[in-house]
Every structure is written in structure tokens, then in C-alpha cells.
Design a protein around this ligand. Sequence first.
Ligand code: A3P
Length: 287
Amino acid sequence: MTEAELYTLYKGVFLPSSLHPPQSLKYYEDFTFRPDDILIVTYPKSGTTWMQEIVPLIISGGDPASVETLPNWDRVPWLEEHRACVLNLEQRPSPRMFTTHFRNNMMPPSFFEVKPKVIYIMRNPKDVLTSSFHYFGTTSFLVKPGPQSDFLHKFLNGEVMFGSWFDHVKGWLNAEDKERIMYISYEEMIMDLKDSVARIAEFLERSLDVAVVEKIADRCLFKKMKQNNMSNYSLVPTEYMDQTKSKFLRKGVAGDWKNQLTGAEAEHFDAVYKDKMKDVTYKFVWD
Ligand code: A3P
């Protein structure tokens, strides 16, 4: 099926229509944040699910109850998805934890007024492309990637769900009120998960013993999360997500693009990256 059949154009970006009906987008537009809400923000395939495991464990002081009993989409729900409307989020105790893939300029008015904390995760876009290429082929609500060269073209042009990676990252790097935003990369988490958990806990103003930080980091290892049915998307029926084609928790490494892209594709990607990111001064870990 095509973009026209599966996607809605919302504020200039494609969203899968079945997950984001008009009433859920309206719900988000009218949403009222609390100052102590915690928001995980990502461009898709950048480490969202990983952070949906880490943050609840930090908030619970390492108690695994919520990550063992609640699927990640109810534990740290996406505010733009249809489920947000039925989860009674207004009744949840503080601190509430949410996820969004929205760009900074798509955020609702309350976000700018109330200024909840944000954890923004970035990942090498060539790995985001690689992960997306495999993932898009598994779901019925996304347009199939087709040949890799076509998908590369679409990805670089932002003709995929949630639009351009470049616009997403630049928009959030240029966000106002930076003191309430923590920027962290997938690669930093791969390099040193314990240190990343400790830094996230500090940002969230939770003081955790070293032993608790270690316990959390251990639980959030790729091989452990793969076994957690509340986080590995095995609860999603095959008709929506067919993990026989590719696992949601697929490889969990940095640099897999080297196994995916041809030399010419990587060169083309780098040239587009250089041009689109020329004004960005942020030092990415993958640079
Ligand atoms: P790969 O497809 O490269 O393996 P998101 O949750 O934003 O959709 O991102 C999914 C990507 O994050 C997948 O990448 C997935 O394997 C990876 N991921 C999820 N949990 C992880 C973990 N604990 N450690 C490393 N990577 C993880």
C-alpha cells in the first residue's frame, strides 16, 4: 500500500493514519502537562523502547514491577497515539511518564507553558535508516520500504513516518528552555549504560545507590530486554507486526549501517548529512 493509503499528512509530516486518528491528534493538541511530567522524545528507531525501560526503573528506584507487568506503550504511552485517549492519563499519579515522536514545533501549547522535563535521544541516522528499513517491512500500518535505494531516497527526503530525521534533530537541538532537556545518544548508552543510567537519574533528580544503578543497567541490556514480553512487542498480533520478518529488538548495536549500505549509498548519505547539518554545532558521539 502507498503513502496516500496509509498515512495522514499532519503539520507537514507523515503519520500512520491507523495509529493517529484525528481525535487522538486533537487530544494531544489540548493536552495539559504537569511540571513534573517526564517526556521521552525520539525520532523513531533511535532508542525509544530502551528509554521506556530505563526511566520507569529509575523512577521506581529499581523496582521492576511496572516493566514486568505493563507493556511499554501503556507504561510510558505515546501522547499522539490513539491509546492515549483511553488510558485516563489525567488520573495518573505524578510523575507521569510519556513518549512522543513529535518535532519540537509540533508540541502543544501546554508543553511550552508548563515546561516538563524532556529526555531527547539521538542515534546515528545511518543506523536509524538501517533499523527503519527492517522495521517498516514488518508492519501493516507502514508503507513497505521497497528496494533499499528507494527507501534511502525517501528517508533522506523525509518521506517516511514522522518526516525528516534532520528536521527532527535540528528542531529539538534548537529548542528553547534547554535546561529542562537532556540530550543523550543511543551510542553513549551502548558505550556505557551504567554511566548513562546514572546521568539520567541525576537529570531526573533521583539519587540512586550505585548498586541500584547497576541493577537497572543490567535489566536494560539488550539480551535481557529481548526476553521481556512487556517490551519486545511480542504482544502485538502478527497481522500488525510480523516479527518473523525482523525482530523489533533486532540487533541492538551501533554501526550496523556498515552491513547494510553500499559504499556509494553511505557516501551519498554523508554528503546530504554534511549539507543539512552544516549549521549544527552540537558534537554528536558518532561524528
Ligand atoms: P535495531 O533495529 O538497530 O536493532 P525504537 O525503540 O526507537 O523504535 O528503536 C528500536 C531500536 O533500538 C532497535 O534497533 C532496537 O534493537 C534498539 N534497542 C531497543 N532496546 C535496546 C537495548 N536494550 N539495547 C540496545 N538497543 C536496543
